[in-house]
Design a protein around this ligand. Sequence first.
Ligand SMILES: [Zn+2]
Length: 264
Amino acid sequence: MCDCIPSSQRSRGELHPGWLSGGRVVHPDAPAGGGGAGLFRLPGSTGTGGGSALLPHPDAPAAGDLDPRRLDAAQGEVDKEKKRLPAPVVERESTQTVQGMTVLLLPDLQGVPGVGSATTLLDESEGGASYVHDKGTGKVLTVTVVPWKVTIQTCYGTGDANADAAYGRGTTDDDIKAGRITLGFHESCHRDDLIAYLKQHAPPTFAEMVGKPKAEADAEIARYKTASKAYFKAARAHSEAVTDETGKPKRSEYLAAQAAAKKK
Ligand SMILES: [Zn+2]
């Protein structure tokens, strides 16, 4: 499950255009070239902190009394916004064969209950092994191995694909520089690294069982099932590691901060 920062908490809609001059955040009363004399305190002298990019209305009394770091933070938000790329979406189903498996990329779903902001799911079905044996000898005559059918689909719940990703991919320095900052981009990374994992790792194989006793084939089927389950679990874990546990913040850091905030 992945999270985003609701657009209502983002600063871009809240920055009055009066702050912007040719794409630069400057006080409307400042002389050309930057902060004007008398309108800004020295850094560190206000105690307002630089963490928030939200600025008061340019005509508000507080606007003449701002920590310059807040202007820098607002500038960072404006720069980020200019580069923002729209969220990638999957609109049509597509099929590919990966390592003998049929992999279906399904269209994004919206308004799915119980998934939080969004999630990208990998599910396997229809695969498995079976055999036919000779009732007289108890030996295996033929084996049928059906390759797994894998579906990958992004489901949005309360989240909006075009909202900012809250952690992981979408929040790394490179992603921000490139304008890839949305939850939808984050989910596209999950789709990509799930498929990459399947391409780079061969699924479990079923041992040759023809001529073997039935009991051996039963044990092999059980082993094959367990190994297949572990294989797809590893694909999901890989995706979490490379798409969630990176960036600023990583998912674990984000969740720890949320848990700490709840305790307060
Ligand atoms: Zn994620």
